[in-house]
Design a protein around this ligand. Structure first.
Ligand code: AMP
Ligand code: MN
Ligand code: MN
Ligand code: MN
Length: 278
Protein backbone atom coordinates (compact mmCIF):
# COMPACT_ATOMS: atom_id res chain seq x y z
CA UNK A 1 0.00 0.00 0.00
CA UNK A 2 1.20 3.52 -0.80
CA UNK A 3 0.03 7.03 0.10
CA UNK A 4 0.93 9.82 -2.31
CA UNK A 5 -0.67 12.79 -0.51
CA UNK A 6 -0.01 14.10 3.01
CA UNK A 7 0.61 17.32 4.93
CA UNK A 8 2.98 18.22 7.78
CA UNK A 9 3.45 21.11 10.21
CA UNK A 10 5.16 22.94 7.31
CA UNK A 11 1.72 23.62 5.81
CA UNK A 12 -1.61 22.82 7.44
CA UNK A 13 -0.97 19.39 8.96
CA UNK A 14 -0.28 18.77 12.65
CA UNK A 15 2.38 16.01 12.40
CA UNK A 16 6.07 16.78 11.90
CA UNK A 17 7.77 15.35 8.79
CA UNK A 18 9.65 12.90 11.04
CA UNK A 19 6.45 11.70 12.64
CA UNK A 20 4.86 11.12 9.23
CA UNK A 21 7.87 9.08 8.05
CA UNK A 22 7.88 6.97 11.21
CA UNK A 23 4.13 6.37 11.12
CA UNK A 24 4.35 5.24 7.48
CA UNK A 25 7.14 2.84 8.45
CA UNK A 26 5.12 1.44 11.36
CA UNK A 27 2.10 0.96 9.11
CA UNK A 28 4.30 -0.87 6.60
CA UNK A 29 3.54 1.53 3.74
CA UNK A 30 5.65 0.94 0.62
CA UNK A 31 5.80 4.68 -0.12
CA UNK A 32 4.64 7.97 1.37
CA UNK A 33 4.72 11.38 -0.35
CA UNK A 34 4.86 14.58 1.68
CA UNK A 35 2.90 17.15 -0.37
CA UNK A 36 2.63 20.34 1.67
CA UNK A 37 0.72 23.25 0.11
CA UNK A 38 2.99 25.62 -1.85
CA UNK A 39 6.17 24.95 0.15
CA UNK A 40 9.25 22.73 0.01
CA UNK A 41 10.37 23.55 3.55
CA UNK A 42 9.37 20.25 5.18
CA UNK A 43 11.12 18.06 2.61
CA UNK A 44 14.74 18.15 3.89
CA UNK A 45 13.63 16.88 7.31
CA UNK A 46 11.34 14.30 5.69
CA UNK A 47 14.03 12.94 3.35
CA UNK A 48 16.59 12.89 6.16
CA UNK A 49 14.47 10.08 7.73
CA UNK A 50 14.97 7.77 4.74
CA UNK A 51 17.86 5.76 6.25
CA UNK A 52 15.76 4.90 9.31
CA UNK A 53 12.57 3.72 7.56
CA UNK A 54 11.67 1.02 5.03
CA UNK A 55 8.96 3.19 3.43
CA UNK A 56 10.12 5.02 0.28
CA UNK A 57 9.86 8.73 1.15
CA UNK A 58 8.73 10.67 -1.92
CA UNK A 59 9.37 14.43 -2.04
CA UNK A 60 6.27 16.27 -3.24
CA UNK A 61 4.28 19.49 -3.23
CA UNK A 62 0.64 20.49 -3.69
CA UNK A 63 0.49 23.62 -5.83
CA UNK A 64 -2.56 25.93 -5.66
CA UNK A 65 -3.68 26.67 -9.23
CA UNK A 66 -6.71 28.19 -10.90
CA UNK A 67 -8.44 26.49 -13.81
CA UNK A 68 -11.74 27.45 -15.44
CA UNK A 69 -12.36 29.99 -12.68
CA UNK A 70 -11.96 27.55 -9.77
CA UNK A 71 -9.26 26.21 -7.51
CA UNK A 72 -7.34 23.22 -8.82
CA UNK A 73 -4.61 21.54 -6.79
CA UNK A 74 -1.67 20.08 -8.70
CA UNK A 75 0.55 17.53 -6.98
CA UNK A 76 4.20 17.43 -7.99
CA UNK A 77 5.67 14.04 -7.04
CA UNK A 78 9.39 13.20 -6.98
CA UNK A 79 10.34 16.88 -7.26
CA UNK A 80 13.87 17.89 -6.27
CA UNK A 81 13.50 20.27 -3.30
CA UNK A 82 17.02 21.63 -3.83
CA UNK A 83 16.48 22.69 -7.44
CA UNK A 84 17.21 26.46 -7.34
CA UNK A 85 14.78 27.70 -10.01
CA UNK A 86 11.96 25.62 -8.50
CA UNK A 87 12.78 26.98 -5.04
CA UNK A 88 12.59 30.54 -6.36
CA UNK A 89 9.26 29.91 -8.07
CA UNK A 90 7.74 28.34 -4.95
CA UNK A 91 9.09 31.20 -2.83
CA UNK A 92 7.33 33.72 -5.09
CA UNK A 93 4.11 31.73 -4.79
CA UNK A 94 4.49 31.95 -0.99
CA UNK A 95 4.73 35.73 -1.26
CA UNK A 96 1.46 35.79 -3.20
CA UNK A 97 -0.12 33.68 -0.46
CA UNK A 98 1.05 36.21 2.15
CA UNK A 99 -0.50 39.10 0.18
CA UNK A 100 -3.75 37.11 -0.11
CA UNK A 101 -3.72 36.47 3.64
CA UNK A 102 -3.39 40.20 4.37
CA UNK A 103 -6.47 40.86 2.22
CA UNK A 104 -8.45 38.17 4.07
CA UNK A 105 -7.44 39.77 7.37
CA UNK A 106 -8.72 43.18 6.20
CA UNK A 107 -12.02 41.61 5.15
CA UNK A 108 -12.43 39.89 8.50
CA UNK A 109 -11.69 43.11 10.36
CA UNK A 110 -14.17 44.96 8.10
CA UNK A 111 -16.74 42.34 9.13
CA UNK A 112 -16.11 43.36 12.74
CA UNK A 113 -14.09 40.32 13.77
CA UNK A 114 -11.54 41.11 16.49
CA UNK A 115 -8.69 39.13 14.96
CA UNK A 116 -5.03 40.15 14.83
CA UNK A 117 -2.31 39.01 12.49
CA UNK A 118 -0.35 37.83 15.55
CA UNK A 119 -3.20 35.48 16.53
CA UNK A 120 -3.35 33.96 13.04
CA UNK A 121 0.42 33.56 12.87
CA UNK A 122 0.37 31.93 16.31
CA UNK A 123 -2.11 29.32 15.01
CA UNK A 124 0.41 28.22 12.34
CA UNK A 125 3.39 26.05 13.35
CA UNK A 126 5.55 27.32 10.44
CA UNK A 127 5.49 30.56 8.46
CA UNK A 128 3.09 29.17 5.89
CA UNK A 129 -0.35 30.46 6.83
CA UNK A 130 -3.40 28.82 5.29
CA UNK A 131 -7.13 29.15 5.81
CA UNK A 132 -6.87 26.20 8.20
CA UNK A 133 -4.89 28.47 10.53
CA UNK A 134 -7.34 31.35 10.03
CA UNK A 135 -10.12 28.95 11.03
CA UNK A 136 -8.29 27.91 14.18
CA UNK A 137 -7.55 31.53 15.13
CA UNK A 138 -11.20 32.46 14.55
CA UNK A 139 -12.16 29.77 17.07
CA UNK A 140 -9.53 30.94 19.59
CA UNK A 141 -10.70 34.58 19.42
CA UNK A 142 -14.29 33.48 19.95
CA UNK A 143 -15.63 34.56 16.55
CA UNK A 144 -16.43 30.97 15.51
CA UNK A 145 -17.61 27.94 17.45
CA UNK A 146 -15.53 25.41 15.53
CA UNK A 147 -13.21 25.33 12.51
CA UNK A 148 -16.16 24.12 10.39
CA UNK A 149 -18.20 27.10 11.58
CA UNK A 150 -15.27 29.40 10.70
CA UNK A 151 -15.12 27.98 7.16
CA UNK A 152 -18.87 28.26 6.76
CA UNK A 153 -19.22 31.85 7.99
CA UNK A 154 -15.86 33.43 7.18
CA UNK A 155 -13.13 31.75 5.12
CA UNK A 156 -14.68 28.84 3.17
CA UNK A 157 -14.75 28.95 -0.63
CA UNK A 158 -18.16 30.62 -0.66
CA UNK A 159 -17.80 32.70 2.50
CA UNK A 160 -17.47 36.51 2.57
CA UNK A 161 -13.86 36.86 3.84
CA UNK A 162 -12.43 34.37 1.34
CA UNK A 163 -9.93 35.77 -1.13
CA UNK A 164 -8.84 33.31 -3.81
CA UNK A 165 -5.22 32.92 -4.78
CA UNK A 166 -3.10 32.67 -6.85
CA UNK A 167 -3.39 32.85 -10.61
CA UNK A 168 -0.96 29.99 -11.27
CA UNK A 169 -2.17 28.05 -14.30
CA UNK A 170 -2.05 24.25 -14.50
CA UNK A 171 0.29 24.52 -17.50
CA UNK A 172 2.74 26.62 -15.48
CA UNK A 173 2.52 24.24 -12.52
CA UNK A 174 3.29 21.29 -14.80
CA UNK A 175 6.31 23.09 -16.19
CA UNK A 176 7.61 23.88 -12.71
CA UNK A 177 7.20 20.26 -11.62
CA UNK A 178 8.75 18.77 -14.78
CA UNK A 179 11.71 21.16 -14.60
CA UNK A 180 12.21 20.13 -10.97
CA UNK A 181 12.45 16.48 -12.02
CA UNK A 182 8.96 15.43 -11.02
CA UNK A 183 5.65 14.23 -12.39
CA UNK A 184 2.45 16.31 -12.18
CA UNK A 185 -0.91 14.80 -11.19
CA UNK A 186 -4.22 16.51 -10.38
CA UNK A 187 -5.22 16.25 -6.71
CA UNK A 188 -8.77 15.16 -5.82
CA UNK A 189 -10.63 16.02 -9.04
CA UNK A 190 -14.31 16.00 -8.23
CA UNK A 191 -13.84 17.97 -4.98
CA UNK A 192 -15.16 21.49 -5.44
CA UNK A 193 -16.67 21.01 -8.88
CA UNK A 194 -20.40 20.82 -9.55
CA UNK A 195 -21.94 17.42 -10.19
CA UNK A 196 -22.35 18.07 -13.92
CA UNK A 197 -18.73 19.22 -14.42
CA UNK A 198 -17.22 17.44 -17.44
CA UNK A 199 -14.07 15.95 -15.94
CA UNK A 200 -13.60 13.84 -19.06
CA UNK A 201 -13.14 16.93 -21.26
CA UNK A 202 -11.20 18.86 -18.62
CA UNK A 203 -8.82 15.99 -17.90
CA UNK A 204 -8.13 15.49 -21.60
CA UNK A 205 -7.24 19.18 -21.82
CA UNK A 206 -5.02 18.94 -18.71
CA UNK A 207 -3.30 15.90 -20.22
CA UNK A 208 -2.52 18.11 -23.22
CA UNK A 209 -0.74 20.47 -20.81
CA UNK A 210 1.49 17.64 -19.58
CA UNK A 211 -0.45 16.34 -16.57
CA UNK A 212 0.23 12.60 -16.35
CA UNK A 213 -2.24 11.36 -13.80
CA UNK A 214 -4.82 12.25 -11.18
CA UNK A 215 -6.15 10.99 -7.89
CA UNK A 216 -8.63 8.24 -8.67
CA UNK A 217 -8.56 6.98 -5.08
CA UNK A 218 -9.31 9.51 -2.34
CA UNK A 219 -10.95 9.12 1.10
CA UNK A 220 -13.90 11.41 0.29
CA UNK A 221 -14.90 9.61 -2.92
CA UNK A 222 -17.90 7.36 -3.01
CA UNK A 223 -17.62 4.00 -4.80
CA UNK A 224 -19.21 5.35 -8.00
CA UNK A 225 -16.85 8.31 -8.09
CA UNK A 226 -13.83 6.06 -7.61
CA UNK A 227 -15.02 3.78 -10.40
CA UNK A 228 -15.59 6.79 -12.68
CA UNK A 229 -12.08 8.17 -12.14
CA UNK A 230 -10.40 4.74 -12.46
CA UNK A 231 -12.21 4.26 -15.76
CA UNK A 232 -11.32 7.78 -16.92
CA UNK A 233 -7.63 7.09 -16.21
CA UNK A 234 -7.84 3.95 -18.32
CA UNK A 235 -9.56 5.78 -21.18
CA UNK A 236 -7.09 8.66 -21.18
CA UNK A 237 -4.06 6.46 -20.44
CA UNK A 238 -3.20 8.50 -17.36
CA UNK A 239 -1.96 7.17 -13.98
CA UNK A 240 -4.70 6.69 -11.35
CA UNK A 241 -2.85 7.85 -8.23
CA UNK A 242 -4.27 8.27 -4.76
CA UNK A 243 -3.60 9.29 -1.21
CA UNK A 244 -5.14 10.07 2.14
CA UNK A 245 -4.58 13.87 2.12
CA UNK A 246 -3.71 13.32 5.78
CA UNK A 247 -3.66 16.56 7.85
CA UNK A 248 -3.38 15.05 11.37
CA UNK A 249 -5.74 16.70 13.86
CA UNK A 250 -6.69 19.35 11.29
CA UNK A 251 -8.75 16.77 9.37
CA UNK A 252 -10.19 14.40 11.96
CA UNK A 253 -11.07 10.82 11.06
CA UNK A 254 -8.37 10.47 8.41
CA UNK A 255 -5.46 8.07 8.80
CA UNK A 256 -2.27 7.81 6.84
CA UNK A 257 -2.45 5.11 4.17
CA UNK A 258 -6.03 3.92 4.71
CA UNK A 259 -7.83 7.30 4.81
CA UNK A 260 -11.21 6.65 6.45
CA UNK A 261 -10.40 2.93 6.57
CA UNK A 262 -10.96 1.58 3.08
CA UNK A 263 -8.42 3.52 0.99
CA UNK A 264 -5.91 1.23 -0.69
CA UNK A 265 -3.58 2.65 -3.34
CA UNK A 266 -1.72 -0.25 -4.99
CA UNK A 267 2.10 -0.39 -5.02
CA UNK A 268 2.08 -0.77 -8.84
CA UNK A 269 1.18 2.93 -9.18
CA UNK A 270 4.60 3.84 -7.80
CA UNK A 271 6.49 2.05 -10.57
CA UNK A 272 4.21 3.55 -13.20
CA UNK A 273 5.01 7.05 -11.94
CA UNK A 274 8.71 6.33 -11.72
CA UNK A 275 8.74 5.30 -15.39
CA UNK A 276 7.40 8.77 -16.28
CA UNK A 277 10.11 10.75 -14.52
CA UNK A 278 12.05 13.07 -16.84
P1 AMP B 1 -5.57 27.90 1.52
O1 AMP B 1 -4.55 27.09 0.78
O2 AMP B 1 -4.96 28.88 2.46
O3 AMP B 1 -6.59 28.53 0.60
O4 AMP B 1 -6.36 26.90 2.47
C1 AMP B 1 -6.96 25.77 1.94
C2 AMP B 1 -7.00 24.68 2.98
O5 AMP B 1 -8.06 24.91 3.88
C3 AMP B 1 -7.29 23.33 2.34
O6 AMP B 1 -6.11 22.68 1.96
C4 AMP B 1 -8.02 22.58 3.41
O7 AMP B 1 -7.07 21.93 4.24
C5 AMP B 1 -8.69 23.68 4.21
N1 AMP B 1 -10.13 23.85 3.88
C6 AMP B 1 -10.68 24.52 2.86
N2 AMP B 1 -12.04 24.51 2.92
C7 AMP B 1 -12.34 23.80 4.02
C8 AMP B 1 -13.57 23.42 4.65
N3 AMP B 1 -14.76 23.79 4.18
N4 AMP B 1 -13.48 22.68 5.78
C9 AMP B 1 -12.29 22.30 6.29
N5 AMP B 1 -11.10 22.63 5.75
C10 AMP B 1 -11.13 23.36 4.63
MN1 MN C 1 -4.87 21.59 3.43
MN1 MN D 1 -5.98 19.89 -1.98
MN1 MN E 1 -3.79 18.16 0.25
Amino acid sequence: MIDLHSHSTFSDGTDTPEHLAQTAHQLGLTALALTDHDTLEGLPRFLACQPTVTTLLVPGIELSCRYLGRALHMLGLFVNPAEPVFRERVQALGDRRKARNQKMMLRLQAMGVALTWEAVAAAAPSDLVSRTHFARALVTCGAAGSPQDAFRRFVGDHAPAFVPFPDLTPAEAVRWVREAGGVAVVAHPGRGTPRNFRWDDAMAELKGMGVQGFEARYPDYGPLEERYFLELARTLDMVPTGGSDYHGANKPGQSLGVGRGSLNVPDAILARLQRLLP
